[in-house]
Design a protein around this ligand. Structure first.
Ligand code: TYM
Length: 352
């Protein structure tokens, strides 16, 4: 009998992984695998909501799988699988959608954000709902994007996960997942789903900033450091990161772009190093060249070994296939058991 708490998380198959994915999710996957019953997957169905290029999709799944393994996710300890290898997820997605309101989905921040991008809206329009409904069919916002949170909730609930290690940007989706779990349990008078929580080893979930002085690091923002960036490319990116003109007066508050670099430095180099640069900012002796060099050196200490292993693993098709075949078997076994309970609760009962 297995009493370990269940952990589940995934990453969309939309490109290579960046430092945001690493500190928000992947590094936690590795740290949690000894103490929990962990399932980690590659969300290829979710990727279709924004990037439906068939060739790229398969490559992206392979890349991310290789990156999981290169970063230290161990298939002997954790279940690693591809989302679409578990068809039970797609069926339960249909079923759960019957209990999800289109209003609550339309109000989700990530939906509004992506819908705006798909419609090419650059202003801060608060009439986004009206514009979505009125959009012509060439510029449509796809329904899969709207129901993204349902699919994510199903990924989690079908495995009855307790903990879901994700970055700060996913908290609203987790909140919806908890609401859908409560709603299903109470509507059918069952106790099928635990309410999953984010997990960050006691700390607050992180938001890794980009190098462009504003906002979070994200694939669509073009401000990323990738785990598999070559050393030269990576150093160049860091050296070009946005800063400010330098403090003019002692004890001046640290500007937003420099604060971003310090946040990255805190993740890669630890609090003492950050304090040293904060002191230098406060007494106006800070040199951004030194700060950036230190940051690049310390990022490379994390990423170089991952990149090396990635290059070894990526073309080992047999190994990759073995990992996800076994992962899919395990994930399906549990998903099928939950789906059977869901169908029964909803009154979908076979005659034969
Ligand atoms: P995705 O691919 O957008 O992000 C994958 C993970 O990386 C984290 N992340 C960040 N964390 C901190 N700072 C950043 N700048 C940053 N950028 C990305 C995200 O929080 C996430 O943890 N919807 C999920 C994929 C998914 C999923 C699930 C996750 C589908 N089903 C079920 C958990 C459980 C997502 O955002 O992927």
């Amino acid at each position: 009998m297995n009493h370990k708490e269940i952990v589940l998380s995934g990453i969309r198959a939309t490109g290579n992984l960046h430092l945001g994915n690493y500190y928000g999710a992947l590094s936690k996957f590795v740290r949690m695998q000894d103490d929990y019953d962990c399932l980690y997957f590659i969300a290829d169905l979710h990727a279709l909501t924004t990037a439906p290029d068939p060739k790229a999709l398969h490559e992206n799944v392979r890349n991310i799988l290789a990156e999981y393994l290169a970063a230290g996710v161990d298939p002997e300890k954790a279940t690693i699988f591809v989302q679409s290898d578990v068809p039970e997820v797609s069926e339960m997605y249909l079923l759960l959608n019957m209990h999800v309101g289109i209003g609550e989905l339309m109000r989700t921040a990530s939906f509004k954000d992506k819908a705006r991008k798909q419609l090419g809206i650059t202003d801060d329009a608060d009439d986004i709902e009206r514009r979505i409904i009125g959009a012509d069919t060439n510029k449509r916002v796809n329904a899969g994007l709207l129901t993204y949170p349902t699919l994510m909730a199903v990924d989690i609930l079908i495995q009855k996960a307790h903990k879901v290690p994700v970055g700060k940007d996913q908290e609203q989706h987790l909140e919806l997942t908890r609401r859908f779990a409560r709603r299903f349990n109470s509507f059918y008078g069952v106790d099928l789903f635990p309410e999953p929580q984010n997990f960050d080893f006691g700390g607050a979930p992180v938001k890794v900033p980009g190098l462009d002085g504003s906002g979070k690091m994200g694939k669509s923002e073009g401000n990323c450091i990738y785990l598999v960036d070559e050393e030269k490319v990576l150093r160049k990116k860091v050296m070009r990161a946005v800063t400010d003109e330098g403090p003019k007066l002692p004890d001046q508050p640290v500007s937003a772009p420099v604060e971003n670099l310090l946040t990255l430095l805190a993740l890669t180099s630890g609090p003492e190093v950050v304090q040293q640069y904060r002191n230098a900012y406060a007494d106006c002796s800070i040199r951004y060249g030194d700060l950036k060099k230190q940051l690049a050196d310390d990022i490379l200490k994390v990423t170089s070994p991952i990149r090396e292993r990635y290059l070894d693993i990526r073309d080992d098709s047999e190994f990759l296939a073995r990992v996800v075949r076994r992962g899919a078997e395990r994930a399906r076994e549990r998903a099928a058991a939950t789906l059977a309970e869901v169908r029964k609760a909803m009154g979908i009962i076979k005659f034969y």
